[in-house]
Design a protein around this ligand. Structure first.
Ligand code: SF4
Length: 249
């Protein structure tokens, strides 16, 4: 039985992998990382944060087994342009194509459902996501080692990895709750984008420019960041959101 640990480069999936290793040993582990850009793409703002690759390279060997590094060879804005669709909180073609379908295709070419168990880093605070994942991965079996006691907070997991002399992913120290897509996520809310604008204005500017290009491809501006002011809901683009924040300064 192979044990496939879905390593995202975040602290949760690393801790999940460590629990698998502690319980079963690492002889059957394969760590699977799906990159959100071409492997040799050095653009500073495309794909994952550069520090994620540092963290992944330094930390995966403590889980042991092998590391499979796969990539569709595209980044999120290429996915949106091809789909002529801006990803958002409800629909994430980026994650579907670059992560879920890429991983599924890799898996189906190599293993039948009775040969593997999949391990995801969803923790006890996110149990609602676990059911969705189990449905998605059927007929493969999925387990969530972090849902089990003893419960670990993100800080506990960061302290754990630091015991090995490995610095936690820098995005956590910058106020991001996830180490995904370099701190830009189409599923983020206004607080997330406010943090990105403050912490990494150049990265924000890159995504703002890509979104403006996408609107030209689609032929219209589409709603993106949800804002509620005086009980009124409105939706802003990255550009409009930035301009609104800067006006208030
Ligand atoms: S982290 Fe967000 S932007 Fe990146 S692939 Fe996942 S859903 Fe898309």
């Amino acid at each position: 039985m192979k044990r496939i640990v879905f390593l995202s480069g975040g602290i949760g999936s690393w801790a999940a992998g460590m629990r698998v290793m502690q319980k079963y040993g690492n002889g059957d582990i394969i760590n699977l990382f799906t990159d959100t850009k071409k492997k040799n793409d050095r653009h500073p703002h495309r794909g994952e944060d550069q520090d994620l690759y540092r963290f992944l390279n330094e930390s995966w060997s403590y889980i042991g087994g092998g590391l499979e590094w796969i990539s569709v060879g595209k980044h999120i804005w290429q996915v949106f342009e091809e789909a002529r669709y801006m990803g958002n909180t409800r629909h994430d073609p980026c994650s579907r194509i670059l992560k879920r379908e890429a991983a599924r295709s890799w898996l189906e070419k190599r293993f039948s459902p009775d040969e593997v168990i999949l391990y995801l880093g969803i923790d006890w605070t996110e149990e609602h996501r676990a059911r969705k994942c189990m449905d998605y991965w059927k007929p493969y079996r999925v387990e969530f080692p972090l849902i089990d006691e003893p419960y670990l907070s993100k800080e506990d997991m960061c302290v754990w990895v630091e015991k090995y002399g490995i610095r936690r992913p820098r995005l956590y120290d910058m106020g991001f709750s996830h180490n995904n897509c370099g701190g830009f996520c189409v599923k983020g809310g206004q607080g997330h984008f406010f943090n990105l604008l403050n912490q990494m204005p150049e990265r924000y500017a890159y995504h703002e420019a890509k979104q403006e290009e996408l609107f030209l491809v689609i032929g219209k501006r589409v709603p993106f960041i949800r804002r509620t002011i005086d009980k009124q809901i409105n939706y802003l683009s990255l550009k409009e959101f930035r301009e609104e924040i800067q006006k208030k300064k």
